[in-house]
Design a protein around this ligand. Structure first.
Ligand code: HEM
Length: 190
């Protein structure tokens, strides 16, 4: 068993699971933002919510795999303390610390969504909005720590995902402010 683990191409798997975690979390974010668009109603909305949940849980799964593999890796091994305590790693403490904080943030968002019915909506929403900085941290972590960031495809991936998320967020803000204006217009006294 130990022999099998040592023989694994861990470095390749660490990088692949990091990228897959980032991409699935991106899909989860994009669906989460699009969920509030007025075009989506009823059955479609329910389907979007399921995909949003699946993508986020898959992203968490890949992030866990990504970190557990760092323990097995023989080239640049991490111990549990370096992974669990932010900024305590010997190599790249700041950039790996951002990964650890992103991981804790992700766990917090997933857990509070699980117990959503027990929380006030305002509290749940405030915690859920932490997804934006959490995703930004995982992006900075990936860009500045990843070996693959030097490759054209990885740079294109980071740029495209950032543009799509910023674009969707702007559209969402525009739609909700238009909705508010329409509501105010309807209730204005004559
Ligand atoms: C939400 C959690 C996380 C996400 C989404 C994530 C994502 C990523 C991504 C996208 C890369 C770039 C891979 C590449 O360029 O091929 C990466 C690299 C890396 N991550 Fe994470 N990460 C997370 C958590 C962590 C944690 C907690 C640690 C350890 C404390 C960690 C340690 C590393 C290391 C050492 C690398 C460099 C691998 C290499 O040599 O390219 N990551 N991560």
């Amino acid at each position: 068993m130990i022999h099998f683990l040592i023989e694994l191409p861990t470095w390749l798997l660490i990088r692949t699971s990091g990228i897959l975690s980032y991409l699935t979390l991106f899909v989860g974010m994009a669906i989460g933002i699009a969920y509030s668009f007025p075009q989506f109603k009823g059955h479609r909305k329910g389907q979007l919510l399921r995909w949003h949940t699946h993508a986020n849980l898959t992203g968490m799964g890949f992030a866990l795999l990504h970190t557990v593999l760092l323990i097995i890796d023989t080239f640049m091994p991490f111990d549990w303390a370096e992974i669990l305590i932010p900024f305590s790693a010997q190599n790249n403490p700041v950039l790996t610390g951002l990964g650890t904080i992103a991981m804790y943030g992700l766990l917090l968002v997933l857990f509070t969504t699980d117990i959503r019915n027990k929380l006030k909506r305002k509290v749940w929403l405030a915690l859920h909005m932490l997804s934006y900085p959490i995703f930004a941290l995982s992006m900075l972590h990936g860009i500045f720590l990843g070996t693959d960031s030097k490759q054209g495809w990885a740079a294109a991936m980071y740029i495209a995902t950032a543009i799509i998320l910023v674009g969707l967020t702007l559209v969402r803000f525009q739609m909700s402010s238009r909705k508010r204006q329409v509501k105010v217009g309807h209730t204005k006294p004559l």
